[in-house]
Design a protein around this ligand. Structure first.
Ligand code: FES
Ligand code: MG
Length: 592
């Protein structure tokens, strides 16, 4: 939808076409001419479009963007723009120590600086692997130049012995089979490798498929773009369309703040429930919202999203994978099902193509009602999160739809009160402590234990570790106990289906209630009241607080790199989006 130019002069012309300061203009210009660009391209008011490239050899999930960028460039040029591709800090979820999420804010910072400091009129955000999506959207939010996201697309479906093998999910399953002695190390490796058959991001409904779907639900991607598998022809074609569209967006001056409104975030929360999205989504969406100055918190997630049904039948909650999601119709088909039931709160929210979410999705056909269910026949009724509070923390997220009958039978104290559970705590300080102690029968972990992981939040384990989904001791798995409830101040992989209470804020490392918990304490969770408490007196709690402070607070491992120290000094808690506190006051920086 090409509109009339609304800005007389493009931002890039402040660098490249400023006759009032010819010396400076020449200096800005000359090095961009020396690789073959012409003055006509740089000075005549053609939009200069950044391609924020997240693909590299270090980032296999996003590596296909190196190919797709050729199609993005072709689209930009066809629409009269000039492409400028540049690298982003790599963030590979599976490869980065201590955790990829430590780098989300680093990639954010560096992209803000690039978008602010160079002559770019708009930007294509190449998203994919888990943290690349929020990092790039956060930066676009802060700078607020026209921006459009492009998913790299999921991998093809994985197969092993005639069964679908899904990224991450198969690791958790096969790890249990390895512990139980059903398969050996080589077979374990072979099964896991089968789940990653092509270029692209995780083919399950993990954090990557979640965040790419939500980028579309927020209105930041072309309709249908999120679910197209990476190797498919349509992936190249939508890359071209994305390149064309960003040039038009510059002429229309359609900015992230016009698209990512409070209404758009509410739409995204509803879509997150319907797709069975990752518990990482609240952290990232709250972060993007904070950088835009849009109020959003975990109470909003419960209020807007909890009652929404689960429609998308993808692993880990269901059975299918990314190719099936695409063939069934992807995000537009999910939104269409929600709209038919009147569950999309804001069909009028504008999207990158200039049309509304409702206009984009109303006619979308659901091609497979087993992969994308209707609201009348969902996989689960209330698929969203609840936000728990108590003396353990001020906020923690739980996906109640993963609570099994087995869980209810083991922890339910009073059949007349089926939403309240009790168990005894086994407390671990970080993943290393967990691995060292979990299988030791002397720990006394049984089928009524609740596993606690602390020291795993944004400060304790810088960036917040994905370690709250803990498997039970091998001796319990052999007895048929496949999961124990887990609670912690870290995160959980979106590909895991363990019933967990996650992202507890404030974390132990900054003095949250988890730091006062002891192994053997009884803990009560009340889902109806939304509470999570250690069952000890206030006096005992106060005594433990004094003892903790006397001991210099909760101890966590030392910094290993300069960035870890900087991030720990400035980072906010999970419920606040884990943003860098000093960064949120910088909004709309391209225009101030
Ligand atoms: Fe990169 Fe899952 S590890 S998308
Ligand atoms: Mg992950």
């Amino acid at each position: 939808m090409a509109g009339a130019p609304t800005r007389k002069k493009l931002r890039s012309q402040e660098w490249f076409d400023n006759p009032d300061n010819p010396g400076m203009t020449a200096l800005y210009l000359e090095r961009y001419l020396n690789f073959g660009l012409t003055r006509e391209e740089l000075q005549s008011g053609k939009p200069l479009i950044g391609i924020a490239q997240t693909g590299s050899d270090l980032s296999p999930c996003n590596r296909h963007h190196l190919q797709l960028a050729k199609r993005i460039r072709a689209g930009i040029e066809a629409a009269g723009g000039v492409p400028f591709e540049f690298p982003c800090h790599p963030i590979q979820e599976t490869g980065k120590r201590p955790t990829a999420s430590l780098d989300r804010n680093l990639a954010y910072l560096s992209l803000v600086e690039v978008l602010y400091g160079y002559p770019l009129d708009g930007v294509v955000l190449t998203i994919g692997c888990d943290k690349t999506t929020p990092a790039l959207l956060m930066a676009a939010a802060t700078v607020n130049i026209p921006a459009i996201a492009l998913s790299v697309g999921p991998m093809l479906n994985g197969w092993h012995k005639g069964k679908r093998t899904g990224s991450g999910t198969i690791v958790w399953e096969s790890r249990q089979r390895l512990s139980a002695g059903e398969i050996d190390y080589d077979e374990f490796m072979e099964i896991v490798a089968s789940s990653a058959p092509s270029t692209g991001y995780c083919n399950t409904m993990g954090t990557a498929t979640t965040m790419n779907s939500l980028a579309e639900a927020l209105g930041m991607q072309l309709p249908g773009s999120a679910a197209i598998p990476a190797p498919y022809r349509e992936r190249g074609q939508i890359s071209y369309e994305t390149g064309k569209r960003i040039v038009e967006m510059v002429h229309e001056d359609l900015k992230p703040s016009d698209i990512m409104t409070r209404e758009a975030f509410e739409n995204a929360i509803v879509v997150n429930s319907a797709i069975g999205g990752s518990t990482n989504a609240p952290i990232h969406l709250n972060a993007i919202a904070r950088h835009l100055g849009v109020p959003l918190d975990n109470d909003d997630w419960q209020k807007v999203g909890h009652k929404i049904p689960l429609l998308v039948n993808l692993q880990p909650a269901g059975e299918y994978l990314g190719e099936d999601y695409h063939h069934a119709g992807g995000v537009p088909a999910v939104v269409a099902e929600l709209m038919k039931a009147g569950l999309l709160p804001h069909p009028d929210a504008v999207t990158v193509n200039g049309r509304s979410m409702g206009e984009n999705c109303a006619g979308a056909v659901n091609e497979n009602h087993d992969v994308i269910r209707t609201v009348a026949e969902p996989l689960k009724k209330e698929a969203g999160f609840i936000n728990l509070k108590g003396n353990l923390f001020d906020s923690a997220i739980m996906k109640t739809s993963v609570i099994s009958e087995e869980f209810r039978d083991r922890y339910l104290m009073n059949p007349a009160d089926p939403d309240a559970f009790e168990g005894k705590a086994a407390v671990f300080d970080g993943p290393e402590d967990y691995h060292a102690r979990i299988d030791d029968p002397a720990e006394g972990i049984d089928e009524h234990t609740i596993l606690f992981m602390r020291g795993a939040g944004p400060v304790g384990y810088p960036g917040g570790a994905e370690v709250v989904n803990m498997q039970p001791p091998a001796y319990l798995i052999k007895k048929g106990v496949h999961s124990l409830p887990c609670i912690g101040d870290g995160r959980q992989s979106g590909t895991s289906g363990t019933p967990s209470i996650l992202n507890a804020s404030p974390e132990a490392a900054v003095g949250g209630g988890l730091a006062l918990l002891k192994t053997g304490d009884r803990v009560r969770i009340d889902l109806k009241k939304g509470t999570a408490d250690i069952l000890i007196s206030d006096e005992e709690l106060a005594r433990r607080r004094v003892a903790l402070n006397g001991n210099g607070g909760y101890h966590y491992p030392k910094h290993q790199t300069p960035w870890q120290e900087i991030q720990r000094a400035m980072v906010d808690q999970f419920d606040q989006g884990m943003v860098l506190k000093p960064a949120v006051k910088y909004q709309d920086v391209a225009h101030t």
